[in-house]
Each structure stands twice: as structure tokens, then as C-alpha cells.
Design a protein around this ligand. Structure first.
Ligand code: NAD
Ligand code: DAU
Length: 349
């Protein structure tokens, strides 16, 4: 692996992954981060990276649907490996306005695959980062395995399922050297405060209500983002071409359990005058088509590639709360129009 193209490297998982690659993995090549910088892409999440790794890190603002721009990046930087994370990622947004999800997640992935096919002589691996939501919803029992049939229920998960199918088809039809991973819910530093955990932390700190969809008993399997980054790096190094790996945290929690744990941590670290943070909990109208339960069987990556989560949900959650407490400026920037001005000044964008 010489030079690695990371798509969506200014997003939550992407920024953590770019940092992991440069700071921890031992990877010696160049990391080229291509990102369109939607509302979810924040160069503030990569502050210091360009200065610390001036010869090994490059950022290019581009849309993955722009074939000419991406082709230029592949050639200019002699890319031999692609790790594809760029996506529209928020289920609620996909329910309100699915168009961008189809454009980026389906058409964008298709464009990248076409480019990889055109430059097949140079591309050694195309890794596609996907989600456990493609498998649909579980009842009280059972886990998603790699061979669980696809049953996506939201426009987001349907668009990710479509992209997974395209990636597999390019392997089967054209022999493109692909790997795929389907991961459960991530949490940790730099997550945009629209997703459950950062939204609850930010709202609780501001004394705002904590909106719980439906009865709050929907279950997700939570994984600390650094563990996901370790898994992606492990697959890039050793994953068998043409294979899919499920990634999970063995940390199933209902949304109510997650919120109660967060409130307990906040009560301890930043006690609230006049009552506990749990008093801010508010039941609201359920998400349309809300999947009930996700749970991941990650035996394959554990046995084959010796990967497993290192962070427990309790320690990961505490680290995450502290990170948000220490990074109120990052939160303010990503929530405000100031962020765009700051970015223009900082990066002449
Ligand atoms: P995110 O929304 O935080 O970041 C997505 C990034 O992609 C942003 O930086 C955005 O600017 C960029 N982007 C969007 N459209 C683009 C386009 N057309 N061209 C170039 N860049 C574009 O998402 P995330 O939570 O970091 O998720 C990253 C990937 O991991 C996604 O593919 C998602 O489906 C997958 N995933 C996420 C989770 C999770 O819990 N967050 C779990 C499993 C899989
Ligand atoms: O499972 C992996 C997926 O996890 C990723 O593919 C997605 O990109 C990521 O966004 C995430 O999807 P979810 O829909 O599970 O995450 P979200 O944080 O939006 O919601 C988690 C649970 O919390 C879900 O049951 C809905 C609920 N929820 C969410 C929000 C934002 C609430 O009850 N209240 C809220 O305000």
C-alpha cells in the first residue's frame, strides 16, 4: 500500500480514520483526503494534521460524483488504495430529503467504481465502508451475519445497500479488488451533533430537552470510533479480496439506557442546578419506519483478522462526554455559520 485515498475524510469516522492512519497505524505512505465539505464535513476536525504531516497528508475539496476531479487526484497522487467513506449518513435527513443520498451514496459510489475499473492496473484495493442498517431490523433475538439477506428500510439504508451491491458486482464482473465492511453505530470525538449521543450531550449541557423517539426501547450496538478505525486498517492490510466483514461493539443498548448512562456521567462531572439531567428526557413522535433492533455478529473479522473492540461502552461514553466538554468551540463552529468563515480564512476555500 503506497498512497491511500480516503473519501469523506472530513466527516466523523473519516477524520478519526485519517488521524489514526497518520498518528497510530504505522502506515508510511501518503493520505489524500477528498471531501465535498457538506454540513457534515468539517476541516476543524483535522486541525493540526496538515501541519504535523506536511509531506504525507493532502486535502482536496471535491465531490465524489465529479469523475474528472477524482481521476486527477488518482493520477496526481499515484493512488493505489481507496477507502471509501464519503456518504450522506443521517437517517432522519434521508427521510426528509432523500435526493442527496441517492446522488452521493449510489451515484458517487458508482463513479468511484468506474474510475477504479478504468485504472485497474494501478488500484490494488477498493474498500467500501458500509453499515449494518442494510440488513434491516431484528426482533428480540439474533444477530446480523455477513450472509444475512439485505432488507434496508430507510432511504439511507437503501442507498447504502445499493452501493454495496454495486461494489460486489464490480468484483464479480470486472475482478475489481474490493473489500466491504458493515459496521454498527459509532460514537466518539468529532461526531456531528445530530446523531443520538452527541446531540444528547450538547442538549444536556445547554439545559435543552433530550428528545426520545417513540418508546425509547429501540436497540443499537455501539462501537467506539477508534475501534472502527482499527478494523478498517486491519481489513486494508489483510482483508481477503471480494470479502465482506461485519464490525460491531458487543454493546447492545436501548436508547433509554444510552441516555440514562449519559445523564449519570453528566450528573457526576457537571451537576445541574435544580435536578438531574434525566429530567430533560422528553418522549417525542417516533421516526418513520424506525428499525427496532440492530446487533452484529463479528466472529468473521475476529477469527480471520484477529480484530475485536478494545473500548468498553462505559469507558468510551465517559471519554466522549469529556471530549465534548473540552471541545465546546468545535461544537459552536460546526453548529454555526462561523464555521464556513473560519474555514475560508484558515484554508482559503
Ligand atoms: P459523516 O456524515 O459524519 O461524514 C460524511 C462525510 O462525507 C462528510 O465529511 C461529507 O462532507 C462527505 N461527503 C458527503 N457527500 C460527499 C460527496 N458527494 N463527495 C465528497 N464528500 C462527500 O458520516 P460518518 O458517520 O463519518 O460515516 C462515514 C461512513 O461510514 C459512511 O459511509 C456511513 O454510511 C458509514 N457508517 C457510519 C456509521 C456511523 O455510526 N456513523 C456506522 C456504520 C457505517
Ligand atoms: O447502525 C449504523 C448507523 O448508525 C449508521 O449507518 C448511520 O450513518 C448512523 O447515523 C447510525 O444510524 P442510527 O439511525 O441508528 O443513528 P442515530 O444516532 O440517528 O439514532 C440512534 C437511535 O436513537 C435511533 O434508534 C433513533 C434514536 N434517536 C435519535 C435521535 C437523533 C432518538 O431517540 N432521538 C434523537 O434525537
Amino acid at each position: 500500500m503506497k498512497n491511500l485515498l480516503v473519501t469523506g475524510g472530513a466527516g466523523f469516522i473519516g477524520a478519526n480514520f485519517v488521524r489514526y492512519l497518520l498518528e497510530e497505524s504505522g502506515f508510511a505512505g501518503k493520505v489524500v483526503n477528498v471531501d465535498k465539505l457538506t454540513y457534515a464535513g468539517n476541516l476543524g476536525s483535522l486541525e493540526g494534521v496538515d501541519k504535523n504531516f506536511p509531506d504525507r497528508y493532502v486535502f482536496v475539496k471535491a465531490d465524489i460524483t465529479d469523475e474528472a476531479a477524482i481521476e486527477k487526484i488518482l493520477l496526481d497522487h499515484e493512488i493505489d488504495t481507496i477507502c471509501h467513506l464519503a456518504a450522506e449518513s443521517h437517517v432522519d435527513r434521508s427521510i426528509e430529503a432523500p435526493d442527496d443520498f441517492i446522488q452521493t451514496n449510489v451515484v458517487g459510489t458508482f463513479r468511484l467504481l468506474e474510475l477504479a475499473r478504468r485504472h485497474k492496473d494501478k488500484i490494488k484495493r477498493f474498500h467500501h465502508v458500509s453499515t449494518d442498517e442494510v440488513f434491516g431490523s431484528l426482533g428480540e433475538e439474533g444477530h446480523f451475519r455477513e450472509d444475512t439477506p439485505y432488507h434496508p428500510n430507510s432511504p439511507y439504508s437503501a442507498s447504502k445497500a445499493a452501493s454495496d451491491h454495486l461494489v460486489r458486482a464490480y468484483h464479480h464482473t470486472y475482478g475489481l479488488p474490493v473489500t466491504l465492511s458493515n459496521c454498527s453505530n459509532n460514537y466518539g470525538p468529532y461526531q456531528f451533533p445530530e446523531k443520538l449521543i452527541p446531540l444528547m450531550i450538547v442538549n444536556a449541557l445547554e439545559g435543552k430537552s433530550l428528545p426520545i423517539y417513540g418508546d425509547g426501547k429501540n436497540v443499537r450496538d455501539w462501537l467506539y470510533v477508534r475501534d472502527h478505525c482499527r478494523a478498517l486498517w486491519t481489513i486494508l492490510k489483510q482483508g481477503r479480496l471480494g470479502e465482506t466483514y461485519n464490525i460491531g461493539g458487543r454493546s447492545e443498548r436501548s436508547n433509554l439506557q444510552v441516555i440514562d448512562s449519559l445523564c449519570a456521567i453528566l450528573d457526576r462531572i457537571v451537576p445541574r442546578k435544580g435536578g438531574g439531567h434525566a429530567e430533560l428526557k422528553t418522549f417525542v413522535t417516533d421516526r418513520l419506519g424506525h428499525d427496532r433492533r440492530y446487533a452484529i455478529d463479528f466472529m468473521k473479522i475476529q477469527c480471520e483478522l484477529e480484530w475485536g473492540p478494545e473500548e468498553s461502552f462505559e469507558t468510551g461514553l465517559e471519554k466522549t462526554v469529556k471530549w465534548y466538554l473540552d471541545h465546546s468551540e468545535w461544537v459552536r463552529q460546526v453548529q454555526s455559520g462561523d464555521y464556513r468563515d473560519w474555514m475560508r480564512r484558515q484554508y482559503q476555500l
